[in-house]
Design a protein around this ligand. Sequence first.
Ligand code: NAD
Length: 350
Amino acid sequence: MVDHAPSPSQTMRTVRLLDAASGLDGVIAIHSTALGPGAGGCRFWRYPNIEAATQDACRLAKGMSYKNAMAELPLGGAKAVLRYPEGDFDRAALFRAFGKAVDALGGVYVTAEDVGTSVADMAQVSTMTRHVAGLDPAEDMAGGDPSPWTALGVFDAMRTAARLTLDAELADLTVAVQGVGNVGASLCRQLAEAGAKLIIADIDAARCRALADELGATTVDVAEIAAADADIFAPCALGGALTQESVAAMKARLVCGAANNQLATPDVADALLARGIVYAPDYVVNAGGIISVSAEYLGEDEASVRTRVGRIGPRVARLLEQAAREGRSPAMVADEMAEAIIAGAAEKAA
Ligand code: NAD
C-alpha cells in the first residue's frame, strides 16, 4: 500500500492497493474528510491500467464529497476502485484483502457497494474491518436496499420542483421515466399513486410492459423517452442521459431523476438553462440512497433516515429558487453550495 500525500481536508489523497496473493489491484481516493470519514462505495470494474482506475476514483470521490455535503451528512467523500483481474482469482480473498486495506486507514475511509460489488463482497470486507456499510440486514441489522429511500427522495424533490417551476401538482402532469429498475419502478408507483400520467421506457421490455400493465402507463421505445411528450423527464437508468442532442429534442420543462451523472458533459447544464428547462441536480435529488446506507454506519435509526430524506425536497426548492434568482444553472449553484459547506467545515477543523 502506497499512501500519496498527507490528508488536508480537501486535497485528494490516493492510497494504492496491491496484493499479489489475492489479485487485489486498485486505489482508494479520499477527496475530503472535513465533514467526517470519507464515505463512498467500492467499484469493481475492468480498467486498462491503474492510471485510468485512479482517475475514475478521484472523480467519483469528489462527487461523493459533494453528495454527502449537500445531504448534510457528517461524512466526507471517497471512493475505492478495484481493477477486475485477468484470469482466475479468489473473489472472497480479494475482498478480504481490500477489507484489510480499508481497516489500515483507521476509519478515514468507509466503504460500501458500488458498480460490480455485492452484499456478499461487503460481507467479506466486514470480516477485516468495521468501516463498511451495505451489509445484509438479516445478518447485521443493517439498512438493506436503499432504492425505496432514493425513490422517496426523488418523488419529494419532483413534487416540490413541479410546484415551484411548473406551478402544478403531479396529478396534473405527465412524467417520462427512463429506466424502471429498482428506483425507477418505485418512483413510478409513487407517481401513479399521486395521480401523475406516466410514460416509461426500459431496455428490459418485459419489465417495462409489466409495470405499464400494473400502473396503466404508456410505454415508448428507449430512443424516444427523452423527447417524450411529457412535462417532466426523470432519468432513472444509467448516467449521461442529458446530452446536447437529448436536451435539444426535449419537450419536458423539468428534469428530476435518480440516475447519477445525468449531465453527459458539464456544458449540457448551460444548454438546459438556455432552453428554459429546469434541472434538479442529480446528486442532491438522489441522496436518499447514501442517507440510508450511511445510517447503518452512523448508527442512526429509520426515523432519522426519514427525517434526512424529508429534507431533500426543501433543499431542492432552495437551490432552484437561488438559481432562478441569479439566472444560473442549478447544477452550478449546487456545486458552489457543496464547496462552501466543505470549506466551512475545513475551516472550523483547522
Ligand atoms: P437498476 O439497475 O435497478 O435499474 C436501472 C434500469 O435501467 C434497469 O431496468 C435497466 O434495464 C434500465 N436501463 C439501462 N439502460 C437503459 C436505457 N438506455 N434506457 C432505458 N432503460 C435503461 O438501478 P437502480 O438501482 O434503479 O438505479 C438507477 C439509477 O439511479 C442509476 O444511475 C444509479 O446509479 C442511480 N442511483 C441509485 C440509487 C439506489 O438507491 N439504487 C441511489 C442513488 C443513485
